[in-house]
Write a protein that binds this ligand. Structure first.
Ligand SMILES: Cc1cc2nc3c(=O)[nH]c(=O)nc-3n(C[C@H](O)[C@H](O)[C@H](O)COP(=O)(O)OP(=O)(O)OC[C@H]3O[C@@H](n4cnc5c(N)ncnc54)[C@H](O)[C@@H]3O)c2cc1C
Length: 372
């Protein structure tokens, strides 16, 4: 019937890596998901992210994100080749190492604590002196005296990863459509439809995966969804000589040579609201920071400069689970700096909750109910 709106089993608000990963997992379980994306797939952080899958440190580690991140990287090892088989899209996934270097006494204390904590858990870490660091990466500054080396870090191309997940989900039966979700229609403690522009789209369940915009759902559902945008910038450089042999980081700044042959450098953490414009201040902050540990960065040519917005929850942990006051509404956001890494685990956990009523994962620390 012309103009009729088909009901979906599950409507997913947001076509970023989280929404598309939930869609893929649901479609693989025989559920018909409808992803509603108001811009285009990959037009926000999921398409512009740096592309490292690093489960060793960051917000929530030490803490509940350690085990979860490890499990997510393990899934990625199977998922990445299977995406290529299923869609023909090569995400450029590979495993590499990371060096995190010491410049100040404060860095020394932080990294040594991190090293000991990881070593106690059997992580593939080493504490290296300056010559050992430079034997791995000769471009490091001669004055650097110490640093942490960790193995088992994933690298991929973010945009291609998102496209591959979206396409795999579609091939499995998911539908991805354009539209802006303006609200959720509730009947008691159940969602019965979503409002997409002027349309009412009936559904059996709703997943809020709207990245830094997920806070809009607070009004729709009358619960707190405390997520804010945390802006980050990336600068791509043309640097002479051989590619960087590994991922190099100092504090929040990091660099690696990507598949395009450029040195990708990042990143800032800025509270700039929903403004995602790249700025000269952000660019200079990254280049100055990295040139302290890799002086050649200062003379490299700038080939590209982007900015995008991470979804960050009030306590820095992801928000994953059922909404506390609704039987069939789920929230999947707040992934901060690690959304690419965490996406397949979050996708599985939400699909388990929807299909089986419980998840084979410890997602209790991420429950949306913690903000009540
Ligand atoms: C500079 C930078 C570098 C990063 N590097 C890495 C990295 O190397 N590794 C890593 O793991 N993570 C990284 N991240 C983090 C990662 O990008 C994010 O955690 C992840 O992309 C969040 O995915 P998402 O799907 O939740 O959000 P998004 O990608 O923002 O997608 C949300 C989507 O929802 C849509 N939407 C919002 N509201 C509505 C609505 N009402 N109706 C319909 N659609 C709507 C938006 O248009 C958007 O497309 C980086 C982030 C930044 C900023």
């Amino acid at each position: 019937m012309a103009g009729a709106v088909q009901p979906a089993d599950v409507v997913i608000v947001g076509g970023g890596i989280i929404g598309c990963s939930v869609a893929l997992e649901l479609a693989e379980r025989g559920v018909r998901p409808l992803v509603v994306e108001r811009d285009s797939v990959g037009s926000h952080a999921s398409g512009f992210a740096f592309g490292e899958l690093l489960p060793w440190w960051g917000r929530g580690i030490p803490g509940p994100l350690y085990e979860f991140g490890q499990r997510c990287l393990a899934i990625q090892l199977d998922l990445q080749p299977s995406l290529k088989d299923r869609t023909g899209i090569d995400t450029g996934f590979r495993l590499t190492d990371a060096l995190s270097v010491v410049v100040t006494q404060e860095d020394h204390d932080t990294l040594l604590r991190r090293y000991r904590w990881l070593a106690e858990r059997g992580a593939p870490v080493e504490w290296l002196d300056g010559p050992a660091l430079r034997a791995i990466e000769p471009r490091l500054a001669p004055g650097l005296a110490e640093g942490l080396h960790v193995g088992h870090v994933g690298v991929l191309e973010a945009y291609r990863y998102l496209l591959a997940v979206a396409q795999a989900a579609e091939r499995q039966g998911a539908v991805i459509r354009h539209g802006s979700v303006a609200g959720v229609c509730l009947d008691g403690d159940r969602a019965v439809a979503v409002r997409v522009g002027d349309e009412i789209v009936p559904c059996g369940a709703v997943v809020i995966a709207a990245g830094p915009w997920s806070g809009d759902a607070a009004d729709w559902l009358s619960i707190p969804v405390p997520v804010r945008p945390l802006k980050g910038q990336i600068v791509r450089l043309q640097m002479d000589g051989s590619p960087l042999s590994t991922y190099v980081g100092w504090r929040d700044y990091y660099a690696i040579t990507k598949a395009d042959g450029l040195l990708w450098t990042g990143s800032t953490e800025e509270d700039a609201g929903f403004d995602d414009t790249p700025t000269a201040t952000g660019r200079d902050e990254i280049l100055l920071g990295l040139s302290r540990v890799m002086p050649e960065v200062a003379g490299a040519g700038i080939e590209g400069h982007t900015a995008c917005l991470r979804p960050l929850a009030a306590d820095g942990l992801p928000i994953v689970g059922r909404a506390p006051n609704q039987a069939n509404v789920y929230i999947a956001t707040g992934t901060g700096r690690s959304g690419l890494l965490l996406a397949p685990g979050i996708g599985r956990a939400i699909a388990d909750l929807i299909v089986d009523g419980s998840a084979d994962w410890d997602i209790a620390p991420f429950t949306p109910a913690r903000f009540r």
